[in-house]
Design a protein around this ligand. Structure first.
Ligand code: COA
Length: 158
């Protein structure tokens, strides 16, 4: 069984993330979608809130499991027999950051391959930070995030 993982902070989850999940799911027998902690970011949404949205958006696809983990992604992969880490690439600006993390993860878990999927052109300018900025200032984010996230953002900023 080929197991992959799509990790992220998902603060919040966007249509760009959803696009990567749908495409990644077709490449693996089982895809873990993992809401993880990025030690450099202070999240707006609690882990519980992010997991709830991920579960709602991924329901109906039996090959996807929404999870979270503490510690290193590489250790989670080794423990769960995961052979691929899926990451989305939007623009060249993502490359340097992703390159460093992919090489570190390979050093930590040589048996795990990082696979990059190009973000869809329609979503390639979206980031969680930009979405939060638009929502915080009362803008319409409904074409960038799933409906459940629109409501979550409204209640955070109301
Ligand atoms: N569509 C829309 N946005 C996308 C995207 C796409 N296809 N691909 C990436 N992004 C955006 C995200 O919205 C996010 O935006 P933000 O910076 O404004 O929040 C940004 O790109 C990247 O964030 P994300 O994909 O959520 O990853 P991250 O870099 O915040 O988190 C972890 C990466 C959580 C997977 C990583 O920190 C991790 O593995 N942590 C566990 C500890 C560990 O093992 N660290 C690595 C050791 S080297």
């Amino acid at each position: 069984m080929r197991k992959g993982i799509y990790p992220g902070s998902f603060d919040p989850f966007t249509n760009g993330h959803l696009d990567i999940i749908v495409r990644a799911a077709s490449l693996c027998d089982k895809l873990y979608v993992a809401a993880a902690r990025n030690g450099t970011k202070e999240p707006l949404f609690t882990l519980g809130e992010r997991l709830e949205i991920l579960k709602e958006c991924c329901q109906g696809n039996g090959s996807i499991e929404v999870v979270t983990f503490d510690g290193l992604l590489a250790d989670f992969c080794i423990k769960n027999g995961i052979s691929s880490i899926i990451r989305g690439l939007r623009a060249t600006a993502d490359y340097e950051y992703e390159h460093a993390i992919a090489l570190m993860n390979r050093r930590l878990a040589p048996q795990v391959e990082t696979v990059f999927l190009m973000a869809d052109a329609e979503n390639s300018f979206i980031s969680s930070t930009i979405v939060k900025e638009v929502a915080r200032n009362g803008g319409d984010v409904s074409s960038f995030v799933p409906p459940a996230v629109v409501s979550q953002l409204k209640s955070k900023f109301s």
